[in-house]
Design a protein around this ligand. Structure first.
Ligand code: NDP
Length: 378
């Protein structure tokens, strides 16, 4: 690690990943310093964070105006390109994170990426921005961090990835019961504590589709070489299979703090991560089962969008965001989430995702279409 602390810009500091990132940084003052913080609308939590960390830049992206801090979506780019930031942790939820990721990469920064929606919407543009500016993406998602840890130092021969999925709170439920599941039930994730949107994405398995698309862009494998297996204990985070049939896996008790720390230090490691050390006996039996893609339709719908390419993944993402938000607001039943996404994608004619404007246009179109579908079902 460099002698002087590396500057961190943290976008989405008040969220689940944002707070876990600050917990990681609190233990590593000699290695990192916070230079910029942004949150959405949670002024109270943000104020406490700014008081503790005293960043040179602080802003609230989700507000229109504020007497104390700059506001509006543009602040994400200002924080992401802050001259003192070496690493940008993008922990914003949803499509709002896209432009900040691109700007940080163009400015040559490392982006520790939790905001997977960025890669799903515009994987090729992200790669181009990294190439043009010299920046790099290091994933925070535990499955992708696991893969990165398995392949680092091994340049060739990666043949297949198997990402694990906890199966969510409705694993083993009858399809009819899943269709009518309540918001409260969907937010009871069995192994991870996360923000509401990703928790619902885990219950529908849309999260795994987003992760497969993310893996496709991060590791350059075709969709035929990307699989998912249900693993209720969430101890094995991913398997990486090499061309000779050897398989490596990365394990650990479920905690986002290790993947966050690794995204900051990759390819190096710090000795005192502070995370619970692994104990195979305490982990207990590890089990694996196939995905019920007939019940959790969002997975297959998302994979098909990934295969279609162009603007289809951005449409999948936007329709999912609208449908999840409608579900959380009590506007549609759980089962309507995947239907809304499917109807939106069926109506979409993908075009190349060759510019941010093309992606944003597809995103806008999909939101309007999904909203219409939600309103028709009310
Ligand atoms: P949360 O909902 O807990 O936090 C989201 C953060 O983004 C908050 O700080 C929120 O601000 C901010 N935010 C919300 N909307 C906007 C906006 N329009 N503009 C700018 N900032 C905004 O989400 P998570 O931390 O759970 O997830 C963040 C990302 O990380 C997602 O992409 C998710 O898929 C991914 N991820 C999360 C994991 C987890 O364990 N939570 C695991 C792996 C990936 P405020 O609250 O102040 O309004």
């Amino acid at each position: 690690m460099p002698a002087s602390p590396r500057g961190i810009a943290l976008l989405g500091s008040t969220g689940s990943i944002g707070r876990s990132t600050l917990a990681v940084l609190r233990r590593q003052p000699e290695h990192f310093r916070v230079v910029a913080l942004t949150a959405g609308r949670n002024r109270e939590k943000f104020e406490a964070q700014v008081t503790e960390w005293r960043p040179s830049y602080a802003a609230l992206a989700g507000l229109r105006s504020d007497s104390r801090w700059p506001t509006g979506p543009g602040v994400l780019i200002e924080a992401a390109t802050h001259p003192d930031a070496d690493i940008v942790v993008n922990a914003v939820v949803g499509a709002a994170g896209l432009e900040a990721t691109l700007a940080a990469l163009r400015a040559g920064k490392r982006v520790a990426l939790a905001n997977k929606e960025t890669l799903v919407m515009a994987g090729d543009l992200v790669a181009q921005a990294a190439c043009a500016g010299g920046g790099e993406i290091v994933p925070i998602d535990s499955e992708h961090s696991a893969v990165l840890q398995c392949v680092t130092g091994r340049d060739d021969g990666l043949a297949r990835l198997i990402l694990t999925a906890s199966g969510g709170p409705f694993r083993g439920w009858e399809p009819e019961r899943v269709w009518h599941a309540t918001v409260e039930e969907a937010l009871q994730h069995p192994t991870w504590q996360m923000g509401n949107k990703i928790t619902v994405d885990c219950a529908t398995l849309a999260n795994k589709a987003l992760e497969l698309i993310e893996a496709h862009y991060l590791f350059g494998l075709p969709y035929d070489a990307l699989d998912v297996v249900v693993h209720p204990q969430s101890v094995v985070h991913a398997f990486a299979e090499f061309c000779d049939g050897s398989v490596l896996a990365q394990l650990g008790f479920p905690s986002m703090e290790l993947p966050i720390l690794y995204a900051l230090t990759h390819p190096e490691r710090l000795p005192d991560s502070g995370v619970r050390r692994f104990d195979p006996v305490a982990a207990g039996p590890l089990t694996f089962e196939p995905v019920r893609s007939d019940v959790f339709r969002s997975l297959e719908i998302g994979i098909a969008a990934g295969r279609a390419g162009g603007t289809a993944p951005a449409v999948f993402n936007a329709a999912n965001e609208v449908a999840v938000s409608a579900f959380l607001d009590g506007g549609i039943p759980f089962g309507r989430i995947s239907e809304t996404i499917e109807l939106t994608l069926e109506a979409h004619e993908p075009v190349p995702a060759s510019s941010v404007d093309a992606v944003r246009e597809a995103d806008r179109w999909a939101r309007a279409m999904a909203q219409q579908s939600v309103e028709q079902s009310c």
